[in-house]
Design a protein around this ligand. Structure first.
Ligand SMILES: C[S@@+](CC[C@H](N)C(=O)[O-])C[C@H]1O[C@@H](n2cnc3c(N)ncnc32)[C@H](O)[C@@H]1O
Length: 262
């Protein structure tokens, strides 16, 4: 029987048509290596076979998405950054705005928006807050919505907050509803750069997400974020990420990984 030979480029094009996720925006080397690794594990002979299997098996497609999108996260990840947000950023925002709008982009299993919610509660700002939290990966979003974490996942939560903010149930930790109520979790592909129901925003957390994208794509996304931010509002990126010339985007570097819209 005739077998079609597909290279990675052909797979990317067909995958985009099928799912709307443009793998071309991601750094090729990293992404192709990851996909090939999964193909090996799943005993897929080539990209064509992989595509056929993904197209015919929704469960496999969800597992594939979950695998390629890398959901590593943690509560209070990079504590210094959250400390700055708590002590400097939120204080300033609360003085200047009555209602506060936040967006956690690439929120993975929810650790990041829940951390923000906990901090806002400590500052008594939670009633004034609205937090959006989005990710492309539906399985990660299911975990985030459930708010259930194992012992290892809550590693970064200080002991006192673990007791205060979580219920200990069947060996797991369940986030209290007061922190969940303020968060709207939803699926969105950041590469689509949608503007409806977004701005003006006061704080965007996009940490350890665009590190996977090609430079030109990263730049487009930073422009997009800057347009969504109100003046004097903030963009927080991952500690391993860097914005080369923030002024090009109307931003100013205030602290490591924290940028202020001019
Ligand atoms: C490494 S995690 C970062 C989690 C969290 N922001 C943190 O720093 O701890 C990256 C997240 O970005 C999400 N992601 C990757 N590509 C995406 C896209 N095109 N649109 C939305 N989310 C995406 C992944 O699903 C994953 O949950």
């Amino acid at each position: 029987m005739f077998r079609e030979e597909w290279d990675y480029d052909k797979f990317k094009t067909r995958f985009y048509g099928k799912t709307g996720l443009d793998l071309e925006s991601y750094k090729d080397q990293q992404m192709e290596r990851r996909i090939r690794h999964m193909m090996q594990r799943e005993k897929c002979a080539d990209f064509h076979e992989l595509f056929i299997r993904l197209s015919g098996d929704a469960d496999f497609m969800q597992r594939f998405m979950h695998y390629i999108t890398i959901n590593t996260s943690g509560f209070f990840r990079d504590p210094v950054v959250f400390d700055r947000i708590k002590k400097n950023v939120l204080d300033e925002l609360a003085r200047n705005h009555r209602k506060l709008r936040f967006w956690s982009v690439g929120c993975a299993n929810g650790e990041e928006p829940y951390t923000l919610s906990i901090i806002l509660d400590e500052l008594k700002l939670l009633p004034r807050a609205y937090i959006m939290a989005s990710d492309f990966d539906t399985r990660a979003l299911e975990n985030a919505r459930s708010g259930v974490y194992n012992e290892r996942q809550v590693d970064g939560v200080p002991r006192d907050l673990l007791q205060k903010c979580f219920a200990h149930r069947d060996g797991n930790y369940v986030i209290d509803d007061r922190y969940r109520r303020k968060i709207r979790f939803y699926q969105e592909n950041i590469l689509e750069m949608r503007t409806e129901n977004k701005g003006p925003l006061h704080l965007i957390l996009c940490r350890n997400v665009f590190i996977y994208f090609k430079t030109a794509v990263q730049e487009r996304i930073i422009h997009y974020f800057s347009d969504l931010l109100a003046r004097g509002s903030y963009l927080v990126i991952g500690c391993a990420e860097y914005i080369n010339d923030p002024r090009t985007f109307g931003l100013q570097r205030k602290y490591p990984a924290i940028y202020r819209k001019s």
